[in-house]
Design a protein around this ligand. Structure first.
Ligand code: FES
Ligand code: FES
Length: 161
């Protein structure tokens, strides 16, 4: 298939790519842009490891084509830290030990970051709902929920470790 030029805005930076129109956003982010924090797991829209934010909403990046995302604001896990300051949810994950192998972690961070952008004081049920589409084989989920509860309660703030 003929390649196509596309400009993707990722973490507030424009990237000009020349790609097959069937390239998934997950593939474009990792293999063409080189931001490997986003993981490719199932590639069948089941595991959530590839979750990014598109226009501040959580989206599984294996579920969309890169060319469909032109003109949109894409945020990956690398974009959560600003000027050396971790986001509050990253701080929460570190304090609560919300990761073990880490494969699901960037997807979990993006799903919960999107929730917190929409709702800064989510309930425990809302937090659980926000990660329903993200599978973790290690943590048992409770430490992830605790981290986000800590952000909602003001216990964890950006920057502070
Ligand atoms: S790799 Fe996208 S949901 Fe699993
Ligand atoms: S920390 Fe291993 S899959 Fe979640």
């Amino acid at each position: 298939m003929e390649k196509k030029a596309v400009v993707l805005n990722v973490n507030n930076q424009d990237y000009e790519l020349y790609i097959n129109p069937k390239t998934l956003l997950a593939e474009a982010i990792r293999d063409h842009i080189g931001l490997t924090g986003t993981k490719r797991g199932c590639e069948t829209v089941s595991c959530g490891a590839c979750t990014v934010m598109i226009n501040d909403m959580a989206v599984k990046s294996c579920s969309v084509l890169a060319v469909q995302c032109e003109g949109m604001k894409i945020t990956t896990v690398e974009g959560l830290e600003k000027d050396g300051q971790l986001s509050a949810v990253q701080v929460g994950f570190l304090h609560e030990g919300s990761y073990q192998c880490g494969f699901c972690t960037s997807g979990m961070l993006m799903a919960t970051s999107a929730l917190l952008k929409e709702n800064s004081k989510p309930t425990t049920d809302e937090i659980k709902e926000s990660i329903e589409g993200n599978i973790c084989r290690c943590t048992g989920y409770n430490s992830i929920v605790r981290a986000v509860e800590g952000v909602a309660s003001g216990k964890y703030k950006e920057g502070a470790l």
